[in-house]
Design a protein around this ligand. Structure first.
Ligand code: PBG
Length: 326
């Protein structure tokens, strides 16, 4: 049979004909510099405990962090965000603002042993309170303004320990301005704030709560984290955080909120971060383990989608694995 040329003027397939052409016209590139790797640091010694719902991700005590950091530096991911598992939890999350707290000790250790490593701390109370909520409880609810006072103490202690950047994640109103004020007052005006500006009350945090042992003991986080249905409210949160002095704004989770990332990108010239959260990681790992998907390819496609949506920075448990492929 004679095949007919239909006389099409523009044929998009022309630019897909070889990898050299495809890479020439590729619009989105992921680099190792886009990544921040989360680390779970546990109080104690000799701890190296894999999180059952997050294969490849461990809780480690400070004395076991070394090889992990060496690997990160070698592979080209010199940026970490720290989450702490304290020795003891109490009503007001005392470990979170103590100079001898797990995060403060870990930060001092990392910054003294690995000056080339960028250390970011998650600023929140849920890992340190015995009730598991992200603030101070008053009459059964997280009291916003009292919590701000504790967040101020927490960031100042992180700053004294030598942190490079702080990342408040508790979704308290006024949290960025309270933190900025506290840092500036103590002479830490050079420490940037990466705010979890648009953080949803999400079921995708499930595995993280195993990892950080931070599930709330009563109720849920819907009175401070955002309703998944809302976009405009997220843009109001971003606007507020910018007014309050945030240096980087974040959307979290990432995968089910790519539309939100794109909108945030459109309304601000600040760098935009997203958090590729635990549940997004675990889903890929579980399906790959069953042989249902190609885990590496799905991982890269997901990370690419976050960049394409407009994120400049991706906090991801995949950082090491993805960097190995770049
Ligand atoms: C709060 C915090 C959470 C995550 C990061 N910071 C959990 C929560 O809000 O319950 C979740 C990260 C993830 O799921 O990977 N400190």
């Amino acid at each position: 049979m004679q095949l007919k040329n239909m006389g099409l003027l523009y044929r998009p397939r022309r630019l897909r004909n070889s990898e050299l052409l495809r890479s020439l016209v590729r619009e989105t590139i992921i680099t190792k510099d886009d990544f921040i790797y989360p680390l779970f640091v546990a109080a104690g010694k000799g701890i190296e405990k894999e999180i059952s719902s997050m294969p490849g991700i461990f809780q480690r005590s400070i004395d076991r962090l070394g090889p992990e950091i060496d690997e990160l530096l070698k592979i080209g991911v010199p940026r970490v965000i720290l989450f702490g598992i304290p020795e003891q939890k109490d009503e007001i999350g005392s470990d979170s603002f103590s100079d001898e707290g797990i995060i403060q000790q870990a930060t001092r250790y990392l910054k003294s042993q690995y000056p080339e490593l960028m250390v970011i701390t998650d600023v929140c109370m849920c890992e340190y309170t015995d009730h598991g909520h992200c603030g101070i409880i008053h009459e059964g609810d997280v009291h916003n303004d009292t919590t701000l006072h504790y967040l101020q103490k927490q960031v100042v202690s992180h700053a004294r320990a030598g942190v490079d950047m702080v990342a408040p994640s508790g979704m308290m109103d006024g949290m960025v301005s309270a933190i900025r004020e506290a840092l500036d007052e103590e002479g830490f005006e050079q420490i940037p704030i990466m705010s979890y500006s648009v953080k949803y009350a999400s079921a995708f945090y499930g595995p993280f709560r195993d990892a950080a042992e931070s599930a709330p003991r009563f109720g849920d986080r819907k009175r401070y984290q955002m309703d998944s249905a809302n976009m405009l409210e997220g843009l109001r949160e971003v606007e507020l955080d910018i007014d309050e002095g945030a240096d980087i704004v974040m959307v979290k989770p990432a995968l089910s909120y790519l539309d939100v990332i794109a909108q945030v990108r459109a309304v601000t010239n600040l760098p935009v971060a997203c958090y590729n959260v635990s549940g997004e990681y675990s889903m890929v790992k579980a399906a790959a383990e069953k042989g249902w998907i190609d885990g590496e390819k799905v991982m890269m496609e997901m990370l690419l989608s976050m960049k394409r949506a407009g994120a400049d920075i991706i906090i991801t448990y995949f950082a090491k694995e993805a960097a190995g492929l770049l």
